[in-house]
Ligand binder design. Sequence first.
Ligand SMILES: NC(=O)c1ccc[n+]([C@@H]2O[C@H](COP(=O)([O-])OP(=O)(O)OC[C@H]3O[C@@H](n4cnc5c(N)ncnc54)[C@H](OP(=O)(O)O)[C@@H]3O)[C@@H](O)[C@H]2O)c1
Length: 443
Amino acid sequence: MALNFVLPSATAPATAVTASPATSARPAATATTSTSSQTATLGAVAAVAGLAMRKRNRSKISRNFSLQMPALPAMPFMVPPKKTVVITGASSGLGLAAAKALAEQGWQVVMACRDFQKAEKAAKEAGMDPENYQVMHCDLASKQSVRNFVQTFRTQYQSLDALVCNAAVYFPNAHKEGVFLPGLFPGGGPRWSAEGHEMSFAANYLGHFLLCNLLLEDLKKSAPRGTARCVILGTVTATVNGSELGGMIPPLAHVGNFEGLEQGMKAPVTMLDGGAFDGAKAYKDSKVCDVMLMKELHRRFHKETGIVFTSLYPGCIAETGLFREHYPVFQNLFPAFHKTVTKAYVSQEEAGKRLAAVVADDRYGTSGSYYSWEGEAGTGGGGGQDAVSNTDKDFDWFMNYGSFRTLSIDEIGGEAGDDQRCSGSVFLLARWDKDGSRVGERE
Ligand SMILES: NC(=O)c1ccc[n+]([C@@H]2O[C@H](COP(=O)([O-])OP(=O)(O)OC[C@H]3O[C@@H](n4cnc5c(N)ncnc54)[C@H](OP(=O)(O)O)[C@@H]3O)[C@@H](O)[C@H]2O)c1
């Protein structure tokens, strides 16, 4: 079947979904397990069936029919379905913490990671129960790898309850080599994906764009159960640029009119707005696109499919691997600064719980929403006060809104606020797909 890289049209007929809760979202490996209470239930079923048949066929069947009943095989529909979530970049930081939190809540977590061994080791060290997770290879910087991942996933899982687009790279100093104090910054210039796109754009956005596109069908199967969610990580710079401190630190996100996208986003073009390469800005721009993608998916598919599309800012998780390319002084001072001065710091564990809540908690189930936390800023205090019941929206000294707020789709501002631009970016990718020589491809 020709598989288009373009997001399907909102007007396309919805796929008829008949997946029964009995068979969906359960790894094949657990399909034949049964618990002692289920065994008891099966016994009762067998006894009732035996009595009924004896009544109807009294003459034909011997009196001890029920004793002669062959043992019934375990019935998969008796097993409560386990919900399945795919989390990209679950080998460290937020993704790992959320994977652990969801696994502990009984979810089957598929950790979609580029470094299989690192992810396995991380899961073990985090104390995750091997029954509740599986690592699958997925490198978002390679379209083929994303497609392979989806194929492998489908051989083992029948449906998908939640997709979390979490993986990201950040090269804040890649453009600074030799600017001053040579050797202080790693430099190195832009990194490139398998298809030759600037790496932040490719891994943070393009790979997720393709993954969402492909796994939409799998999410649709869970939608009738009311569980299907697609969560795409944003950041403060993507939504409230110019309104909160985090969104005011240069370089500001700016995707312009996607001049770089128009030009193909291949060397020497690195930036979505066609400007000069800046590693920090490339990250911020890619997160703008992630939030735009969430908005566009919601606009096109929420009503038709029932899938809930959301995005979030989990707070400043200052100690994750995201900052691995920053210079060492920054890596030490950044967490301390946010812990003591801005109070925007949040631990990986707490941030993981926040992301897990957006995946699993009914209170975070409004499609098109952007859930935004601060660390200890505002009133919540380290997540101590439950986020959704915290309605304080005042600014604090650092221009952070209160510790939690929900932005409805219309309140999402900054670079991702422009609806025309959102559909424009998808439109541009569609054109690329048609000529076949740029981002898009057909199978
Ligand atoms: N840290 C924060 O303060 C903060 C704030 C706002 C939003 N966020 C968002 O939170 C998310 C997680 O970031 P984090 O702070 O937890 O950073 P992290 O610890 O560096 O985690 C990033 C994950 O992405 C994976 N990854 C990178 N490139 C990939 C690729 N090509 N294919 C597959 N996986 C890839 C990494 O894999 P490896 O382990 O193999 O490198 C890692 O598992 C990101 O979307 C980030 O934008 C973070």
